[in-house]
Design a protein around this ligand. Structure first.
Ligand SMILES: C[S@@+](CC[C@H](N)C(=O)[O-])C[C@H]1O[C@@H](n2cnc3c(N)ncnc32)[C@H](O)[C@@H]1O
Length: 288
């Protein structure tokens, strides 16, 4: 949420000399506010969070901060509760969809809302989509809600994310369009007969996508699209970086590919942005 609210509440809590360190925005997932506390405001974090909570009484239940980058292989973050109570399970609504999430068990961010819509708008009626890193299902479900006659195979390795994805599919009434699969994305493509079926493959996990690029190609029909996610340095040309990474990831495979677009999605740390490359891919088998 881009808002001056945090700055406003900070005025009663933080010395004037430190106000410029108060972040301009904070993230909202359901009734959970996730704030960033810079080093300079460490001693004021609880009062700041209490003030924010009382400002949004009735809308926010709890204020937390992420305590470390998610080192967990399933990208689950650790959180410190700064104000409020009741745990990290919540119902988040975006783009006409409802997602049940539990931040203590799964990865979820509301900051990808625009990216989910952008990808969903690229999907055409009747497509088969494989989402290799689906989490609780937000990309898959937004696509299913927006596009007619789609089939989205939605894979995640985290059993908690899988359980919530199953629930979210039901909550959003897209059981006929989204097929949840629990397991490793690479193995699932082999074991669930997903080789050569997809018009489009989504790889929305910047930390894992590179190692699975070849597998994504295997899931594609002779021609199709891959939405490839990676981590980039904002000081380096995004196009050059992604081009190099994709070339490396696809080295040795008989494919032709074109990068149709690149996009910086969000900054996650100093000198670290999440980015996406939209690839159009043609496998050699499609050539006579
Ligand atoms: C950054 S999260 C993204 C989740 C989801 N796309 C979203 O936007 O909310 C990455 C997800 O990939 C899953 N994951 C990690 N390794 C995996 C693997 N080998 N196969 C399938 N899923 C995996 C994690 O459990 C996690 O839910």
């Amino acid at each position: 949420m881009k808002s001056s609210a945090l700055r406003e509440v900070a005025e009663g809590v933080v010395p004037k000399s430190l106000i410029s360190h108060v972040p301009r925005g904070f993230e909202v997932v359901g009734d959970i506010a996730i704030v960033n506390i810079p080093r300079q405001l460490e001693n004021y974090r609880f009062e700041l969070a209490e003030a924010l909570l009382s400002r949004f009484k009735g809308r926010m239940r709890i204020v937390v901060r992420r305590v470390s980058p998610a080192r967990d292989p399933n990208r689950v973050h650790s959180y410190e509760v700064l104000a409020g109570s009741g745990g990290l399970e919540t119902i988040h609504r975006e783009s006409g969809c409802t997602f049940k999430v539990d931040l203590s068990k799964v990865f979820f961010t509301s900051r990808l809302q625009y990216e989910r819509i952008r990808v969903a708008r690229a999907v055409r009626r009747g497509e088969v989509v494989v989402n290799m890193f689906a989490g609780v299902g937000p990309f898959s479900i937004v696509i299913a809600k927006l596009v007619q006659d789609v089939k989205v195979y939605s894979i995640d390795i985290n059993p908690d994310a899988y359980k919530l994805m199953v629930e979210n599919i039901r909550l959003n009434k897209v059981e006929d369009k989204v097929i949840p699969i629990l397991g490793d994305a690479g193995e699932a493509i082999d074991e669930h007969g997903l080789r050569g079926v997809a018009d489009r493959v989504l790889m929305p996990s910047p930390e894992h996508a590179f190692n699975y690029l070849a597998k994504a190609v295997e899931a594609l029909k002779p021609q199709g699209f891959i939405h490839y996610y990676d981590v980039a340095n904002p000081k380096v040309s995004l196009y050059d970086h992604l081009n190099l990474r994709v070339r490396e990831g696809l080295r040795g495979l008989e494919v032709r590919w074109v990068m149709r677009g690149v996009r910086a999605i969000r900054s996650v740390a100093p000198l670290k942005v999440y980015a996406c490359a939209d690839l159009e891919v043609e496998r050699a088998t499609s050539r006579p």
